[in-house]
Design a protein around this ligand. Structure first.
Ligand SMILES: NC(=O)c1ccc[n+]([C@@H]2O[C@H](COP(=O)([O-])OP(=O)(O)OC[C@H]3O[C@@H](n4cnc5c(N)ncnc54)[C@H](O)[C@@H]3O)[C@@H](O)[C@H]2O)c1
Length: 414
């Protein structure tokens, strides 16, 4: 189980002519994620030429005029508008990226599905399980494809880890330990943006980081069956936003900045019988984006950390019964890696994860067999987060029934 030397694989970067299909793209909100989705669409054909998909950036909507300018002059959209309804009414738009603040996701997601548009929507999809279920219902009723911004599923090292787990290389899974620790909200002088207000964000770090970690756990090990959780808010006040009527005042933070949970897997999960603990913080001093997961089994273990996304550490029992971690560099034998780089040790980055995500979404749109996350995965994650909020109030374990249609890692016979 050593990192292979770098032999470029020509099959993944074939120059053979492929029939091209143009897909009209609409974007709602041109912030961090909107720009990232747009770059992913633009770059997709160069990394996945064999898909024959040419995204066409038709129209972007943002209420901020400077974001509209950016969409046209920098990202290359043909048109930018203030009102998202113009995106949904445009017959040349086939897929819509929903990259707005959380409180708009339900309105936008439901309207997009009703307009017959396939949606790639950022997480958290709804403000809790109830709202996410409403979007799921609209997507199912409309019969449109969906993909969720669960980008931590996409690193080649994570996909490789999933293959190792599925091949039984870790033996029986005993436990998982995950922690998504960021320090991006650790400064108490950082203003009270929408993310700290329940009406606009829903939960705090639960929806923001724990949702990713729950999805990653589902993706690698299968559905979580029950949890107990605690949450805390340690920066309880923040300065009002500049230009707001309350500028100069300190206002209350309305959601949690730290959360933890203990979990048991559902009996259908690949890791049925295993236990785990997950933590998330967006006020952790020290870690930058220390989004990590460790999985332990009777024959081996593995661990991964987003700060070193091109590396996977594995430990397997040797003939003497000993096991030590070995560091594997992502390489062209890892899923999707050869699309980006022909050589081990040449790093991929965050933008590349979104290109992989786009490729899976657009494959789902064109009806090809796809490994895309979907709206059912969003509900599965949201359900665990809502259970965590309930458990944090009551101190009880809460069951999280399996959501049909999700793509979590189940036992073959389940
Ligand atoms: N997948 C990830 O890892 C990840 C990372 C960051 C953010 N996100 C999610 O992406 C979403 C957006 O976050 P962001 O960081 O890009 O936000 P952002 O603050 O950078 O951008 C939000 C944009 O929405 C625009 N907007 C506000 N109201 C609007 C309206 N009515 N119509 C159209 N546009 C409107 C704003 O003008 C702004 O340009 C959030 O749900 C967030 O949780 C996901």
């Amino acid at each position: 189980m050593t990192a292979s030397l770098s032999t470029p694989r020509s099959d993944e970067s074939s120059n053979a002519a492929v029939e091209q299909r143009t897909i009209g793209v609409g974007l709602i909100s041109v912030g961090w994620m909107g720009k990232l989705h747009s770059r992913a669409y633009r770059n997709l054909p160069t990394f996945y030429p064999d898909l024959g998909i040419q995204p066409r950036l038709v129209v972007a909507a943002d209420t901020a005029p400077q974001a509209q300018d950016y969409a046209v002059n920098v990202l290359g959209f043909e048109q930018a508008v203030a009102d998202y309804r113009e995106v949904l009414a445009n017959p040349e738009v086939e897929v819509v990226s929903i990259c707005a603040p959380n409180f708009l996701h339900a309105e936008l997601g439901i309207a997009a599905a009703k307009a017959g548009k396939h949606i790639w929507i950022e997480k958290p999809v709804g403000r809790g399980a109830h709202e996410t279920a409403e979007i799921r219902d609209a997507v199912v009723e409309a019969g449109v494809a969906s993909a969720i911004g669960f980008n931590y599923r996409q690193p080649p090292a994570i996909q490789y880890a999933r293959n190792l787990i599925n091949e039984g290389k870790l033996g029986r899974i005993t436990n998982v330990r995950g922690r998504f620790f960021g320090g991006f909200n650790a400064d108490p002088n950082f203003p009270l943006a929408w993310r700290f207000i329940r009406e606009y964000a829903g939960s705090g770090v639960l929806g923001d980081l724990m949702g990713h970690l729950v999805d990653l756990t589902h993706f690698l090990l299968g559905p979580i069956g029950s949890i107990t959780a605690s949450t805390g808010t340690y920066i309880t006040e923040r300065p009002a936003m500049k230009g707001s009527p309350d500028e100069g005042k300190l206002l209350p933070v309305e959601n949690e900045d730290y959360a933890n949970m203990l979990l048991k897997f559902d009996e259908s999960a690949l890791a049925a019988g295993a236990l785990g603990s997950l933590e998330a913080s967006w006020i952790a001093l020290g870690p930058q984006a220390e989004y990590s997961i460790e999985i332990f089994g009777t024959e081996g273990s593995l661990r991964w950390n987003f700060e070193r996304l091109n590396e996977l550490e594995v430990a397997f029992r040797d003939e003497n019964g000993a096991a030590n971690y070995t560091r594997l560099f992502a390489n062209p034998t890892f899923p999707d890696f050869a699309r980006f780089q022909p050589s081990t040790g040449t790093s991929m980055g965050y933008d590349d994860l979104k290109i992989i995500e786009a490729s899976k979404f657009l494959r789902a749109v064109t009806g090809d067999d796809s490994e895309s996350s979907n709206i059912h995965d969003a509900l599965a994650s949201a359900q665990v987060l809502t259970a965590a909020e309930e458990s944090a109030k009551t101190g009880q374990w809460v069951d999280t029934p399996v959501v049909p249609g999700n793509t979590s890692n189940t036992r073959k016979e389940a």
